[in-house]
Design a protein. Structure first.
Length: 88
């Protein structure tokens, strides 16, 4: 299992577009991938679950991946957060 913490950089936080990007990337991997914010853990492959987190700019979230392609999954997801979901 790999766990990484990231800061949400984009101004609008995790709204529909970033949640869609996260779930699309997560679905490419066979690993179990979860995102935790505010004590709530959700499946990163579910756009609706991601939206329920209501994450705002500046929030620190935890990404966990567990499975045979966990390293690649974490790298791709962290890259999304680091680039601000191309919204900056």
């Amino acid at each position: 299992m790999i766990v990484r913490e990231v800061v949400v950089k984009n101004d609008k936080g995790l709204h529909l577009r970033p949640c869609d990007m996260i779930s699309r990337v997560a679905m490419r991997f066979s690993s179990e991938i979860t995102i935790t914010s505010g004590g709530k853990k959700v499946d990163a492959k579910s756009i609706m679950s991601l939206l329920t987190l209501a994450v705002h700019k500046g929030s620190i979230i935890k990404i966990e991946a567990n499975g045979k392609d966990e390293k690649e999954a974490i790298e791709e997801l962290v890259k999304l957060f680091e680039t601000g979901f191309d919204e900056e």
